[in-house]
Design a protein around this ligand. Sequence first.
Ligand SMILES: *Cc1c(COP(=O)(O)O)cnc(C)c1O
Length: 377
Amino acid sequence: MGFSTDAIHAGQTPDPVTGAVIVPIYQTSTYAQEELGKHKGYEYGRTQNLTRQSLEANIAALEKGKYGIAFGSGLAATHALTGLIKAGDHVIVSNNVYGGTYRLFELVMKDYGLDFSWVDTSDLSNIEKAIKKNTKLVYLETPTNPMLNLTDLEGAANICKKNNLTSIVDNTFMSPYLQNPLTLGCDIVLHSSTKYINGHSDVIGGIIVTSSDKIHERLRYIQNAVGAVPSPFDCWLVLRSTKTLAVRMERHNQNAMKLAEFLVESEIAKKVYYPGLRTHPHHELAKKQMRGFGGMISADFGDIEIAKKILKNVKIFTLGESLGGVESLISHPASMTHASVPKEERDKLGITESLVRFSVGIEDVEDLISDIENALK
Ligand SMILES: *Cc1c(COP(=O)(O)O)cnc(C)c1O
């Protein structure tokens, strides 16, 4: 099936009792059992919930995987992945991942005996160089937040296969519509469904997709054993949102491309980071492994006062953390999403005080452009 057909139908069948076309919100903590040891496959709400199962099957189809495992947040999903390894194991991580991933790994999980190496995975040889005897996982994010650097997923997956490592890709920035890491040979895809998948800025959620029976079995066990499951209502909202994912992403792509071109051509920004620009260092790779360039742009205005003026005066863009919603957001990575990354580390990555990140929504792009022009007046 095509993406949009799967988005609207996969994982969903009309309710057997009433024929309801939309999967109901199964707001129940427990289920009636017919007799000892005889039930309909549903025992307890943390373990089985049909609204959640429908969402898991839906997103698994969109990511071209066999299994979806949903969590209460993107970080709960990332945390669940640490259940694939033990104290003493080593993980290689892209050095400019989501700030919360850095905080979880370096400031929480390290105390449980896990060892992390932070490397620039946009150069694949850095992955090979970082492999140790105890390396188990390679955790990639592409494009990265907020610098929008790309990692060659097919190349990285090949290195992982050769060295018997499990490859994980945080695909939040692309959504399953624009990039499918499993089809490029990676083992696990992770999303903060809070972002593009839900797309309406009203749910916190996470999901993992894999085609490996073994990985699925372990993560399903952890989902139940640790218990960071999403609510039936949140699952229902996300399931409703995936129906329009394709049309939303098309518009995010178009608007971001136009806004990036405006920022370059008007010379308002000193540097514009967007994979759709021919000047982007990974533009060719973007064309190869992505089906569009997405809705995220970072721009360095060279002067903190200009950045502050934009952040303060925009009217349609909302100053706030998060991304991927239908409404445009603007943020200041150095003091917001990446505040927990040490300053010297931030400077190395290019996350300067004058860097502004745009999550370009699906409003009329002419209005978004005038919003920035007016903010500077
Ligand atoms: C937001 C985000 C996360 C964390 O997800 P939450 O739903 O906020 O827990 C992880 N990775 C990326 C790329 C994100 O943008």
